[in-house]
Design a protein around this ligand. Structure first.
Ligand SMILES: NC(=O)C1=CN([C@@H]2O[C@H](COP(=O)(O)OP(=O)(O)OC[C@H]3O[C@@H](n4cnc5c(N)ncnc54)[C@H](O)[C@@H]3O)[C@@H](O)[C@H]2O)C=CC1
Ligand SMILES: O=C(O)[C@H]1O[C@H](OP(=O)(O)OP(=O)(O)OC[C@H]2O[C@@H](n3ccc(=O)[nH]c3=O)[C@H](O)[C@@H]2O)[C@H](O)[C@@H](O)[C@@H]1O
Length: 458
């Protein structure tokens, strides 16, 4: 039985996933390592509210396990050396240079991990791909590990993660399935036994390595495709008088379609959907499968269109100009209940409005002012000074919306539904507009107050 696990990468996946494994397997010592010392320090912070990843329920699990059988460290070599099983949970972003730029996954961090393991290992190890990877990456890892000449036996497994941010703990405690791809039955059993401490055996699915790697990309592509599909219909609803919420309900009651993931929105964000689909498109192209590549590319094209359509609508409604006008953005995170802003639709909507010289006042309950500035600066559209001048982060939603021409709701935070909208209305310029990019507010109530209310697909 395994006694010692190491996980390389203390991010949104490594942190919560290993915390739950540690919680459910108190006999296993789990060490999460990272090259980012600041992140490791934050995971070790005594003040449990300061963990680097915000997820409902996570702090409680960290409190129960940290220092007992869960450890966060920057001593990567030591943790690799001691572990019998090593999870690789590092980032696999879209390449920003060279061949495959803007499409392929950048596997340099994965390769560095494999080389690190190859250098340090003195005993047999099971190496688990937790990161999302292009199909056949295990071959690369295998080649690096098996060419060290130190006669160590490495078994490679693929164990993609399906948690969604904001519900990570719930998803980990009660997964629809755990997927394990591999060639060696004993290694598969060893990993399966760790999960079976809390996951029913019939939900632990075993496949070959390549099916497992490809299933992860496919799952994300299908999920994102549903959002782009309903968003495409939302545009048609606006043109025809149909209501996208009603259409989603009507089709979702068909058990073959199902009712989940049919919420029209300002566009999907997050670190993975776009990157994973671009990767799928790149892989298809590399096999010469142009039609397949085009099919999936369309999901991204539709998503970009939806973000642009939203900001265009706002500008057009505000009499075709937002220059010098104060626009309030409620929400910056890519979805509720997370502090993650990667690829958030808010970034692109804000950038577009700034191009039109709007002044932005942003409120988000979990995202910091510096993160918002950094997200905009990363786009490199304007100077950092200009961004700082035009974008203000305000800690209070009432103050943020004071004297503004319009409010755009970009994240579906529950607290937005509980605001005193009468008092917000009173303090805004008239006509006071709301652009609800998440369809979370009540149209009739807001119109009764006096707002001009615009929602997606209505
Ligand atoms: N964020 C999510 O909800 C999900 C992400 N995934 C996948 O999981 C993987 C990780 O994603 P996140 O946790 O979101 O990324 P992240 O960026 O939050 O964390 C990755 C961590 O790996 C560390 N790292 C990179 N290279 C390293 C090295 N050579 N040695 C030690 N540490 C190193 C980084 O410093 C960083 O802290 C990605 O492949 C992603 O596609 C899969 C399912 C869900
Ligand atoms: O590989 C990953 O990273 C993960 O990607 C997604 O999880 P995540 O991106 O954290 O969050 P989702 O709940 O999928 O939301 C993604 C985006 O789609 C948007 N969305 C979601 C659902 C919907 O009906 N409409 C909609 O616009 C959300 O607001 C958000 O911006 C998948 O749901 C996870 O299964 C997967 O593990």
């Amino acid at each position: 039985m395994i006694k010692n696990i190491c996980c390389i990468g203390a991010g949104y996946v490594g942190g919560p996933t290993m915390a739950v494994i540690a919680l459910k397997n108190p006999h296993i010592k789990v060490t999460i390592v990272d090259i980012n010392a600041e992140r490791i320090n934050a995971w070790n912070n005594k003040d449990i509210s300061q963990l680097p990843v915000y997820e409902p329920g996570l702090a409680e699990i960290i409190q129960k396990t940290r220092g007992k059988n869960l450890f966060f460290s920057t001593e990567i070599d030591k943790a690799i050396d001691e572990a019998e099983m090593i999870f690789i949970s590092v980032n696999t972003p879209t390449k920003t240079y060279g061949k495959g730029k803007g499409m392929a996954s950048d596997l340099k961090y994965i390769e560095l991990c494999a080389r690190n393991i190859a250098e340090v290992a003195k005993t047999d190890k099971i190496v688990v791909e937790k990161s999302t990877l292009p199909v056949r990456t295990a071959e690369t890892i295998k080649s690096i590990l098996h060419n060290t000449g130190n006669r160590i036996n490495f078994q490679i497994l693929s164990n993609p993660e399906f948690l969604a941010e904001g519900t990570a703990v719930e998803d980990l405690l009660n997964p629809d399935r755990v997927l394990i791809g591999g060639e060696n039955q004993a290694a598969i059993e060893t990993l399966s036994n760790i999960y079976s401490s809390w996951v029913p055996k019939d939900r632990i699915l075993e496949t070959n390595l390549w099916s497992s790697e490809l299933s992860k990309l496919t799952a994300n592509a299908f999920l994102a495709q549903r959002i782009s599909s309903i968003n495409a219909i939302s545009e048609l609803c606006e043109a025809t008088g149909a209501d996208v919420n009603q259409v989603a309900k009507a089709i979702g009651m068909d058990s073959r379609i199902g009712n989940k993931f049919l919420k029209a929105s300002v566009g999907f964000g997050g670190s993975c959907f776009q990157k994973d689909i671009l990767n799928l498109v790149y892989i298809a192209k590399s096999f010469g499968l142009e039609k397949t590549a085009d099919y999936w590319q369309q999901v991204i094209i539709m998503n970009d269109h939806q973000k642009r359509r939203f900001s265009d609508k706002l500008i057009q409604t505000l009499y075709n100009t937002v220059s010098g006008k104060k626009i309030t953005l409620f929400g910056w995170a890519f979805k509720k209940d997370t502090n993650d802003t990667r690829e958030s639709a808010a970034i692109y909507v804000a950038d577009h409005l700034l191009n039109e010289q709007a002044r932005l006042s942003v409120y988000d309950p979990k995202v910091s002012a510096s993160k918002i500035q950094a997200d905009l600066n990363y786009l490199n559209t304007r100077s950092e000074d200009e961004t700082a001048k035009l974008v203000k982060f305000i800690r209070d939603p009432y103050e943020a919306s004071y004297d503004s021409h319009a409010i755009a709701i970009l994240t579906e935070w529950d607290e937005f539904k509980t605001y005193d909208w009468k008092s917000i209305y009173k303090n805004m310029k008239k006509p006071a507009f709301i652009f609800d990019g998440r369809n979370i507010l009540n149209k009739a109530e807001l119109e009764a107050i006096g707002f001009e209310y615009y929602a997606i697909g209505q």
